[in-house]
Design a protein around this ligand. Structure first.
Ligand SMILES: Cc1ncc(COP(=O)(O)O)c(C=O)c1O
Length: 399
């Protein structure tokens, strides 16, 4: 696929904001959607809409087949052993809540511990607290690298789970989750990986990582909002009790006793967001067509360019400078409040995110209120990085 074709696949990128061409650098929050994904949504509602599973009629059969095809696409994307290990959810948040709630009900008692990293998104902290666990955070260096020696020392007889981000949404750090899985398993503890920021940037192989659970959101990988994935190893999912009760997740129901459906349906109560799942399928096709390695290479070029040029802006302070990181650049500019920098960038048509990025413990670690975060995707260009750096120079001289 030609680069110009990739860029022009995203209609929203042609917009103007405050009289400037939009430069969209808020991709870690959500990516824009290619036309093929938008078309999949329109096609479904204009010619395929039907509830799935068990329908005797043609449309139900078509919708079911397309829906289940996407499960196979997700399986291949993350190299799961079986499509039965792929559970559709609303997103990473729901995926983690599902595991924390089901696993917690079975395994977490007051005083039991879950090891998390110090750089987790709130959605990989709060569900474990709701499940009743005490959290043991892994510290990280000023650069944003996890302290693996301390990690090994955090295990105790009460450790029930390791829950860690594959990629930090604030620092961009790629954590060594395969090594962490080895350590966790040596202690007889399962590991859940929050892949929300990884799947759109890296090739993910859940068998190679040997993680027990892997969670991600469609909307951060060019797919619609409202759909995500909870991957779990078959033996883990077989053991877990259902998360929600309702239609589809049952085998037989009576007032005396209910038995549950087989995997993955045991965890998919109620009508799923079929159109969004089909959109996810279209997004996976798009990413495969572009090539994950090509995406990673392009984003690495943008990241290096951004670091080089932004370093020349006076007052620039990067937050998160690990060697292994994806195209997420968090920073502060002199003593300016991140929100002010973000607002001034917006006036120039540049969309970035400001604040704590749902990682308040990271902000506490650095003693800062928040950061400005620019995050790049496959459709961003070197010219856009240049424009960001020029804008930051101007803001720096104004403030
Ligand atoms: C690392 C990480 N985990 C979890 C989430 C939550 O994702 P969602 O809001 O799509 O459920 C995010 C969203 O920003 C994230 O960056």
């Amino acid at each position: 696929m030609l680069y110009s074709d990739i860029r022009s696949s995203f209609p929203l990128l042609d917009s103007t904001v405050h009289g400037h061409p939009l430069i969209y650098l808020d991709n870690a929050a959500t990516t824009q959607k290619p036309q093929v994904v938008i078309d999949a949504l329109c096609r479904y509602y204009s010619s395929q809409n039907s509830n799935i599973h068990r329908g005797a009629h043609h449309l139900a059969a078509v919708a079911t087949e397309m829906f289940e095809e996407v499960r196979g696409k997700v399986q291949r994307l993350i190299n799961a052993k079986s499509s039965d290990e792929v559970v559709f959810t609303r997103g990473t948040t729901e995926s983690i809540n599902l595991v924390a709630s089901s696993f917690g009900r079975q395994n977490i008692r007051p005083g039991d511990e879950v090891i998390v990293s110090g750089m987790e998104h709130h959605s990989n902290i709060v569900p474990w607290q709701l499940a009743g666990a005490s959290l043991r955070p892994i510290p990280f260096s000023d650069e944003g690298v996890l302290d693996m020696q301390t990690f090994e020392r955090l295990f105790s007889p009460r450790t029930r789970m390791v829950a860690v981000a594959h990629v930090s949404n604030t620092l961009g750090t790629v954590n060594p989750v395969a090594d962490m899985a080895r350590v966790a398993h040596a202690h007889g503890v399962p590991i859940l990986v929050d892949g929300a920021q990884a799947v759109s940037h890296l090739s993910v192989d859940v068998q190679a990582l040997d993680c027990d659970f892997y969670c991600f959101s469609g909307h951060k990988m060019y797919a619609p909002m409202g759909v995500g994935v909870m991957y779990g190893k078959r033996e883990r999912l077989e053991e877990l009790p259902p998360y929600q009760g309702g239609g589809e997740m049952i085998s037989d129901v009576s007032f005396e006793k209910t038995t549950f459906n087989s995997l993955p349906f045991k965890f998919e109560a109620g009508t799923p967001s079929v159109a969004d799942v089909l959109g996810l399928g279209a997004a996976i096709d798009f990413m495969m067509q572009v090539g994950i390695d090509n995406i990673a290479q392009h984003e690495e070029m943008l990241l290096q360019l951004a670091i080089e040029k932004m370093s020349q802006v006076s007052g620039m302070r990067f937050i998160g400078t690990a060697k292994g990181k994806v195209s997420v650049v968090s920073f502060l500019l002199g003593s300016a409040h991140p929100y002010d920098v973000g607002t001034l960038l917006d006036q120039m048509g540049i969309a970035v995110r400001t604040g704590h990025h749902c990682t308040q413990p990271v902000m506490q670690r650095y003693g800062i209120p928040g950061t400005v975060r620019a995050s790049f995707a496959i459709y961003n260009t070197a010219d856009e990085v240049d424009a960001l750096c020029h804008a930051l120079q101007r803001i720096s001289s104004m403030l």
